[in-house]
Design a protein around this ligand. Structure first.
Ligand code: DAH
Length: 344
């Protein structure tokens, strides 16, 4: 029996010496020293020995266990150093390699154009007024001179909510009423604001129309504001946005909240007016609607229309961005498609 112990010792030590990796080291450990290892098995057989041999056998077995444990610990350190050396050698870093570019987020194209538009109006003395997305029917329509059941309401297909009279704004124009009531000082203070924000329309989604889109509304109210101020201001804005040489023209139009009303065209930014795909060979592209604030609207904002006047305008930043970058489909803006978004 004691011979078996000595054989186990020499076998284990030889085996250990040849081990080069931590996987084999673990196997060795469980084979010789583990709970079901060979040494433990032999110790369990101690009861089968004649009683006078048991003490010596037990003592020697424990010595061997001690020896093997120490050898195992020593060898573990050797293997660890060996593996570390190998890993360093194989995974050697080439510090001259260029770094991998970090993926960064970017601003949404709508945010970019909105910021650009806001910056231009800020230079011209217009403050940003943020109005609500969820409106009441009165402010979105009636107070803007669009009474219930008036056919003009058909211009705006509306998302209604389950609460009577509560809707999603179909345009930023109701912000005019809020701005006049909040900042007009009961019709005593002049106003110069822009109102950017999301609008919602219950419409068939097509390449040209979305159910949600941004608008930037503008409003100026004062004692001597005339149509000339409107035309000059808009032309100034257009040249700041599109460049010095941009031509601007006004076409008579109709909106219930302005009188008179106009639509504004600028000379095509892509072909400079010669005619191309984007301007449909007319040389002009439409950028906004505008007009002199209707007396009824001024009154609803708290102003006396015999003393006060104003102009208003409304533009669609996505439309402006589409023409700028020749984007053919407005649905790209909210599709969340990174292949589109990463181009800006
Ligand atoms: N609210 C109009 C629309 O959504 C745009 C508009 C036109 C706004 C003329 C105005 C304006 O302030 O004067 O179609």
């Amino acid at each position: 029996m004691t011979d078996n112990l000595e054989m186990l010792l020499s076998e284990a030590l030889t085996g250990l010496e040849n081990i080069q990796d931590s996987g084999s080291l673990q196997k060795w450990e469980s084979q010789f020293l583990g709970k079901n290892g060979r040494l433990t098995q032999m110790l369990k057989g101690i009861g089968k020995l004649p009683p006078e041999q048991r003490a010596d056998f037990g003592k020697r077995a424990n010595e061997i266990k001690q020896t093997l444990t120490e050898a195992y610990e020593q060898h573990t350190e050797i293997v660890r150093q060996h593996e570390l050396g190998k890993a360093l050698e194989e995974g050697e870093l080439d510090v001259t390699l260029p770094g991998r570019p970090v993926q960064r987020g970017g601003l949404h194209p709508s945010t970019r154009i909105l910021r650009q538009i806001q910056a231009i109006w800020a230079e011209m003395g217009f403050q940003v007024y943020t109005s609500r997305d969820v409106e009441d029917d009165d402010t979105n329509f009636t107070l803007l001179n669009i009474p219930p059941h008036h056919p003009a309401r058909d211009m705006w297909d509306t998302f209604y909510t389950t609460q009577e009279g509560v809707i999603l704004r179909t345009h930023t124009s109701p912000g005019q009423i809020h701005a006049m009531r909040d900042y007009g000082g009961n019709g005593t203070q002049p106003i110069r604001v822009i109102l950017p924000g999301m609008c919602y329309r219950y419409e068939q989604m097509t390449a040209r129309s979305e159910i949600q889109f941004n608008q930037v509304e503008g409003l100026a109210v004062g004692r001597h504001i005339t149509m000339t101020d409107l035309k000059g201001t808009i032309a100034d804005f257009a040249r700041r946005l599109y460049g010095e040489d941009t031509k601007v023209r006004y076409r008579a139009s109709h909106f219930p909240f302005t009188e008179p009303s106009m639509e504004v065209d600028v000379s095509c930014t892509l072909c400079g007016g010669k005619g191309c795909n984007v301007c449909k060979y007319t040389g002009w592209i439409e950028i906004m609607g505008c007009g002199m604030v209707h007396p009824v609207v001024l009154q609803n904002g708290g102003y006396d229309p015999t003393e006060w006047s104003g102009f208003a305008f409304g533009m669609g930043p996505e439309r402006i961005a589409m023409r700028k970058h020749d984007i053919k489909d407005i649905r790209y803006f909210w599709s969340g498609d990174l292949r589109f978004l990463e181009q800006f």
